[in-house]
Design a protein around this ligand. Structure first.
Ligand SMILES: Cc1cc2nc3c(=O)[nH]c(=O)nc-3n(C[C@H](O)[C@H](O)[C@H](O)COP(=O)(O)O)c2cc1C
Length: 312
């Protein structure tokens, strides 16, 4: 990111998030290109400030049959079913990223707090910089949002993981609830080092010719531009209630969206669908736009604008 610093007169894009140093506030969101060391390396080379892996569980799973991902009017619908090689195999990919130069955040899931802690422990031992708990996948029974919609379970899960790893723990929250602030408070009270908001929103599409739901799982999660205003509202409300850092996610397609999330209270942002829509150049283009914006507005660093939309 040296070019940006020179171009816009010492604008500092770096972020310190729960003790992790990121050269800029952009991160790859979980589930997008995050299953192999090789693709995560390409994301780092493209200018991301950190990467989050695809969610990994204790045992290997092949996920749901196709169709698992479809494009809709203003985003993607997916119900992939958490396909993954299992943590015992995935540790090889984590170890291969030791020299990546940016934080590697391993997203984990389990079917009980104890299982989350077991997977997280193996990921941390393999060299993960931090753990992101998938408390929010909207389409797999017994994990993700089924645990993450219940504040008591969120608290128990975060506590179990904090008890088993010494790396920072992020809780990724579900918007499929009437009270995301309550979930954030539960995570923060259990010692989460940051919360990520949000995962996808339960949604579906129907093929009018065959009269059938299009996704094999019928219901999936909506991502992309359609969910940005919802995600932004979640970040804004969480910022007013908890003091842990927030990682904004949901429909960020360019630098303006990223700035909105930071003004709402996010210390960093995750990019998912935009990578699928437009490729890896999104990271550089957000960072360039952000640096230019900060310079134009007379700021010198990202941290100066975090939560600025709350100032009376
Ligand atoms: C195909 C696909 C797979 C995903 N897999 C995961 C996953 O394994 N774990 C997770 O926490 N989120 C997963 N997500 C959710 C994203 O990380 C992100 O929270 C969501 O897509 C909203 O961000 P976006 O609008 O920038 O895509 C997935 C999203 C998509 C589209």
């Amino acid at each position: 990111m040296k070019e940006i610093v020179n171009l816009f007169g010492a604008i500092d894009l770096s972020v310190r998030l729960a003790g992790l140093f990121m050269p800029n506030p952009t991160m790859l969101a979980s589930g997008i290109l995050g299953m192999s060391a090789e693709t995560l390396r390409r994301v780092a080379e493209a200018g991301a400030g950190a990467v989050v892996t695809k969610s990994v569980g204790l045992r290997a799973s092949s996920g749901y049959p196709n169709p698992t991902v479809i494009q809709v009017e203003c985003g993607f619908l997916n119900a992939v079913g958490l396909p993954n090689p299992g943590i015992h195999k995935f540790v090889e990919e984590i170890k291969a990223l030791k020299d990546l130069g940016i934080p590697v955040i391993v997203s984990v899931f389990g079917f009980s707090p104890k299982e989350y802690a077991e997977v997280a422990g193996l990921a941390a031992d393999a060299g993960a910089s931090a753990i992101e708990l998938n408390l929010s996948c909207p389409h797999v029974k017994g994990t993700g949002a089924e645990i993450g919609q219940n504040p008591r379970m969120v608290k128990m899960t975060v506590e179990a993981v904090k008890g088993s790893v010494s790396k920072p723990v992020f809780a990724k929250l579900t918007p499929n609830t009437s009270d995301i602030v309550g979930l954030a408070e539960a995570a923060a009270s259990a010692g989460a080092d940051a919360v990520t908001a949000i995962n996808t929103i339960r949604a579906m599409a129907i093929d009018v010719e065959t009269f059938r739901p299009i996704l094999a799982n019928r219901v999936g999660g909506l991502s992309g531009p359609a969910i940005k205003p919802i995600a932004l509202r979640c970040v804004y409300e969480i910022y007013e209630a908890v003091s842990v850092p927030i990682i904004g996610c949901g429909g960020i397609m360019g630098w303006r969206d990223a700035v909105e999330f930071i003004l709402a209270g996010a210390s960093a942002v995750q990019i998912g669908s935009a990578v699928a829509f437009g490729g890896l150049s999104i990271f550089k283009s957000i960072n360039m736009g952000l640096a230019e914006y900060l310079a134009r507005k007379g700021f010198r660093s990202v941290s100066e604008i975090v939560g600025l939309a709350h100032k009376k």
